[in-house]
Design a binder for this molecule. Structure first.
Ligand code: SAH
Length: 216
């Protein structure tokens, strides 16, 4: 039973996010609602509510909760938005996004990760998410443009072709920088005359690699 000396892990999780500056109530609510323990490896369940990235299959990672909350807050999501995520990984970020917008397309280069994420999202009833095996550097024309784009793997630069997939006034957030080191989160906004670019905070993400993974 939760008591004052032993507050439930989820309450501490929320407090930690608030303390680090997350203030959007809708974002805090979904961070509380979505069970992160279902997205980590079974052996890591006890650590699911620590503010740390954890390893998942295929040598990839589920991002640190603060970074997930921060990027989500910076996207300024609305219920009408169509959102593209590049780098499905565990599917956790996609689940968070799905509760705050109309539709999410999430793309992953490892089939194993995509299949597992799809199953988790289905089990959680996230029926407005499509998980696609593909290459975020080569997005099929048929999927259209997006109000918001979130890249969750490090890119050395943001490809013009990706920025061009933003709707007018659309927002793209991506970790930009060297593949093995510290990157900076960049927020691009599509304006009438081009793009407005702002640098947010330093982060560390696994690299975005071209092509569909050959191993499963
Ligand atoms: N958002 C994830 C964490 C992402 S880790 C979560 O919530 O768990 C980054 C992911 O991006 C990895 O799974 C990696 O395989 C994937 N990735 C890397 N390059 C990619 C590319 N070009 N296209 C699609 N996915 C890519």
């Amino acid at each position: 039973m939760p008591d004052a000396k032993n507050p439930p892990r989820k309450m501490m999780f929320q407090l930690g996010l608030r303390r680090r500056g997350i203030s959007d109530q809708a974002v805090l609510r979904v961070m509380e609602d979505v069970p992160r323990e279902l997205f980590v490896e079974p052996a890591d369940r006890d650590d699911a509510y620590r503010d740390t990235a954890l390893g998942i299959a295929c040598g990839q990672t589920i991002s640190q909760p603060f970074v997930v909350a921060y990027m989500t807050e910076q996207l300024s999501l609305q219920k009408s938005h169509h959102v593209l995520e590049i780098g499905t990984g565990s599917g956790y970020q996609a689940a968070i996004l799905s509760r705050l917008c109309k539709w999410v397309l999430t793309i992953e280069r490892y089939r194993t990760l995509a299949d597992r994420a799809r199953k988790r999202l289905e089990d959680l009833g996230c029926d407005n998410v499509e998980v696609m095996v593909g290459d975020g550097f080569d997005i099929p024309a048929g999927v259209g443009n997006f109000d918001r784009i979130l890249v969750t793997a490090a890119m050395e630069q943001i490809p013009d072709a990706l920025a061009e997939r933003l709707e007018p006034e659309g927002v793209l957030i991506a970790p930009v920088g060297p593949q093995h080191g510290v990157q900076t989160l960049v927020r691009l906004v599509r304006t009438e005359s081009g793009f407005e670019r702002r640098e947010l905070v330093d982060v560390r993400f696994v690299p975005a690699l071209p092509g569909i993974a050959r191993e499963l």
